[in-house]
Design a protein around this ligand. Sequence first.
Ligand SMILES: [Zn+2]
Length: 317
Amino acid sequence: MKKMGIVLLLALVFLSGCSRGETSKPTVEPTEPAVVEPVEPEPEPEPSPVMVMDESPVVFQIGDEAEEILPVQQALYLMNYDVDETSIYDEKTEAAVLAFKLTQEDLIPNGECTEWTQERILSEAERRSINEPDSLLVLANKTYYLAADYVPEDLVQPDVFNYYEDKRELRAPAAEALEILFTAAEEEGYKLVFRSGFRSYDIQKIIFERKVKERGFEAANQVSAKPGQSEHQTGLAADITSWSVKNALDEAFGETPEGIWVAENAHLFGFIIRYQIDTVNITKYQYEPWHLRYVGIEDATRIYEAGVTLEEYLGEI
Ligand SMILES: [Zn+2]
């Protein structure tokens, strides 16, 4: 009997040893699959990054004056650095170049404008230029900007109550939507006033530079848009107000019955309140309950219902 047991055991060992073979599949499937603890694969050692630092030749240094400095200054200006467009590599330009280089891992952080630095500044500025300015979802902000010569082709004067005698313009779909919004407001007893619509690059430049003179560059950049970065240049932004705040563009508008009605209903007409009270860190603008942005009813409703900014909605933060 003992011998028989050993033979059986050997046979079992043999069979189980062959069970992976094609010809000797087990006749009885195990009722419960064996629990196999997953084995964590050994993490592959990360190759250490090879950082090639900028050793390209210096192209501009302090005091230089050259035609090629101007596009670098223009690019830095659009990227929110405080520079003057002089074609002279002055101290302000040097400080801006240093600040830009600090944002780039492979550029040595000093104020020298090397060949790499020059290329990087120009390509970064290029990346941020808007290439579909006519889209109703165009994002013009402190990161993405419109070309100086961009003027929408379908500007019209909305037939609403205007603050200025020279009636301001909007792009046709925004103008039509504003008319409908104003009429709906009036039916509810709210009288609205249209103050500002399309502004060209050049007008925005005058406004921004006036603000810089009044408050300095940083403060101006908080409350006013640089040329190219204003939503008003898209023709899709409308500043509106009401008699109850003496037609001012003021935060108090948000507290008025008119302002509250607009905040609650603008999306039904295709507008969003672009700069909300608690979104300064995303939009980089102060609260502006008067600044409406047209995006179309469908997107405005989604943005309103999700309670997000246009930046978040477009995944651009
Ligand atoms: Zn505005």
